[in-house]
Design a protein around this ligand. Structure first.
Ligand code: SF4
Ligand code: F3S
Ligand code: FES
Length: 258
């Protein structure tokens, strides 16, 4: 570990195992560290690394963890933008570490990596996701139907399926909710991710509990807390139009026309 900031440099090297010449460059990774067993205060550590054009922020974090400091803690699983476990604040913006190429960042300055905001930090980049999942559970994110079990599949037209197509893409990464200024100041707010997942079922023609979900979100901590700041839409790694989904839920509450 070093606190010196290296001048960025780029050179052609053979990446181990690849056999091909690939461009390497030097970066400084600046990571916000916190370990409640050592100190109540967080601090920044800097790491000088030589990385490659195809490397992502997740690769840089792995390099630090595997080669420099095994105590560095962060969540990750799929490494391909599917599981949603590695949302973090990279250069001040919420992103997935596994989907953020280092070459797309300004490597002439230290690349900062912090935990997402608004949720309690447990260690380094790991936050307590329980408040986030509590709101998710409260909107009943599963199909609820009335009447008897159908004897064949539940049909749905292509047009009806398209009404909630966008919100099916959510991977529950929390990048939206933890970038919302309302959520930062009011942790009771359901937050955009819970509303997105309610939207997915409210507008599903096969579901019979849309009214219940609308009532849940017609709460002082529900959709009316949204101030249409669009941070959530900008943060979503799946490109979901989060603010539009929230507006559609607001509209449905007003008209009860789902
Ligand atoms: Fe993540 Fe987007 Fe789902 Fe929010 S809406 S939790 S940003 S995938
Ligand atoms: Fe927050 Fe998104 Fe609304 S950032 S205020 S939920 S538009
Ligand atoms: Fe699964 Fe990044 S590690 S989304």
């Amino acid at each position: 570990m070093s606190t010196n900031v290296a001048e960025p440099a780029s050179k052609v090297e053979i990446k181990a195992g690849s056999g091909d010449a690939v461009e390497s460059f030097d970066i400084t990774l600046k990571v916000r560290r916190f370990d409640p067993e050592i100190s109540d205060e967080a601090h920044w550590d800097e790491y000088q690394l030589t990385m490659y054009g195809t490397d992502r922020v997740l690769d840089a974090l792995h390099r630090v963890k595997w080669e420099e400091d095994g105590s560095l803690s962060f969540r990750r699983s799929c490494a391909h933008g599917v599981c949603g476990s590695d949302a973090m604040r990279i250069n001040g913006r919420n992103r997935l570490a596994c989907k953020t190429l280092l070459k797309d960042l300004d490597t002439s300055k230290p690349i900062t990596v912090e935990p997402i905001k608004g949720l309690p930090v447990e260690k380094d980049l790991i936050v307590d996701m329980e408040p986030f999942f509590q709101s998710y559970r409260e909107v009943m994110p599963f199909l609820i139907t009335k009447g008897h079990e159908p004897s064949k599949e539940r049909f749905q037209s292509q047009e009806d399926r398209e009404r909630y197509d966008d919100t099916t893409k959510c991977i529950l990464c929390a990048a939206c909710t933890s970038s919302c200024p309302v959520f930062w100041t009011d942790g009771q707010y359901f937050g955009p991710a819970a509303i997105v997942n309610a939207h997915r079922f409210i507008f599903d023609s096969r579901d019979d509990a849309g009214d219940m979900r609308l009532e849940i979100l017609n709460d002082k901590e529900g959709v009316w807390r949204c101030r249409t700041t669009f941070n959530c839409s900008e943060a979503c790694p799946r490109g979901i139009q989060v603010t539009k989904a929230i507006s559609e839920v607001k509209q449905a509450i007003l008209t009860r026309s789902i």
